[in-house]
Design a protein around this ligand. Structure first.
Ligand SMILES: *[C@@H]1O[C@H](CO)[C@@H](O)[C@H](O)[C@H]1NC(C)=O
Ligand SMILES: *[C@@H]1O[C@H](CO)[C@@H](O)[C@H](O)[C@H]1NC(C)=O
Ligand SMILES: *[C@@H]1O[C@H](CO)[C@@H](O)[C@H](O)[C@H]1NC(C)=O
Ligand SMILES: *[C@@H]1O[C@H](CO)[C@@H](O)[C@H](O)[C@H]1NC(C)=O
Ligand SMILES: *[C@@H]1O[C@H](CO)[C@@H](O)[C@H](O)[C@H]1NC(C)=O
Ligand SMILES: *[C@@H]1O[C@H](CO)[C@@H](O)[C@H](O)[C@H]1NC(C)=O
Length: 245
């Protein structure tokens, strides 16, 4: 316990001293980069559904540009393994913002011998909230699988070290809160916020996006919400995606 608190403050000090001041980007507009899964991504889960970040630019007008790098089917683990957090790291500029929202594909436990279409599909994180690891063979390669917080914290720290103006760790969206016929919402386990990164003082923010979306769906009511999950209880129509952006 003492050791981990100590490590935490050392890590924090190095982030603080390395933190560059925001500079302007090529087009003088900061970019908001979005990492996430199909509930966030362009074309959502396909079949006419849409991810919420496609509408995010309407919240900012011409003051920022938005790059929606979310990708259907991904978890914090597979987004890391496939180098998708890295792609954002390479493309971003100091002064940019990054939103990270995962959870719907992160559940379960890593299993040996899964492929991109079988088993846990290389998506399940190692259970736990700390530095636990799980060793599995995925796609014929040995993979040390980490916990959800480890992946999110690592990506956040990468962006902060590169001078991000802020990292927003966003709680996953709910599935249809009316799917049983009456309203039900439970806080997800894949929500993470670590004061080790320094919190708002160090430009790390947690947004209760899921709770907000559940509240919006509650107010809209069952008929409207059911009609705006056209394919399943996970992927939203463009209208509902826009409501929760
Ligand atoms: C979604 O569309 C694909 C073809 O693009 C189709 O194979 C699939 O069955 C559809 N799924 C649903 C749930 O409508
Ligand atoms: C941490 O982030 C860096 C940069 O995105 C990435 O290259 C590396 O694989 C990540 N490591 C872990 C343990 O997630
Ligand atoms: C958005 O970011 C990704 C990296 O995550 C990059 O490959 C892509 O070209 C960017 N899109 C635009 C339109 O700049
Ligand atoms: C599986 O491994 C092959 C060979 O290294 C690679 O080309 C492919 O992208 C991997 N597939 C997945 C789903 O990671
Ligand atoms: C997967 O197989 C490896 C090698 O046989 C083993 O060390 C590991 O514990 C297995 N992992 C799981 C989750 O079963
Ligand atoms: C794993 O390797 C075996 C034997 O080399 C091969 O038959 C199989 O197609 C490979 N699986 C994947 C997912 O690449």
């Amino acid at each position: 316990m003492t050791a981990s608190i100590l490590l935490c403050s050392i890590a924090l000090l190095s982030v603080a001293s390395a933190f560059p001041s925001p500079t302007t980007t090529a087009n003088n507009l900061p970019t908001i980069w979005v990492a996430g899964d199909s509930t966030t991504a362009p074309d959502g889960g396909h079949n006419g559904t849409q991810g919420w970040a496609e509408y995010l630019h309407y919240s900012f007008g011409n003051r920022v540009s938005v790059n929606n790098s979310a990708y259907a089917g991904r978890s914090a683990r597979s987004f890391t393994r496939e180098g998708r957090f890295d792609m954002i790291a390479k493309a971003m500029h100091p002064g940019d913002w990054i939103i990270i929202e995962f959870g719907i594909n992160d559940g379960g436990s890593p299993t040996n011998g899964s492929t991109s279409t079988t088993g846990d599909k290389g998506r399940a994180d190692c259970p736990g909230a700390g530095d636990e690891t799980c060793t599995v063979i995925f796609n014929n390669t040995t993979e040390i699988v980490l916990t959800f917080p480890t992946y999110v914290k690592n990506a956040s720290k990468t962006y902060l070290d590169l001078g991000a103006a802020g990292v927003i760790i966003s709680q996953q969206l709910p599935t249809n809160v009316w799917q049983t016929g009456s309203y039900a919402y439970r806080e997800p386990i894949f929500a993470y916020y670590d004061m080790c990164l320094g919190g708002p003082e160090k430009h790390v923010y947690f947004v209760q996006h899921g709770s907000y979306a559940a509240q919006a769906q509650k107010i809209l009511g069952a008929d409207i919400v059911d009609a705006n999950y056209p394919m399943d209880n996970t992927h939203t129509s463009p209208l509902l995606a826009d409501v929760v952006r």
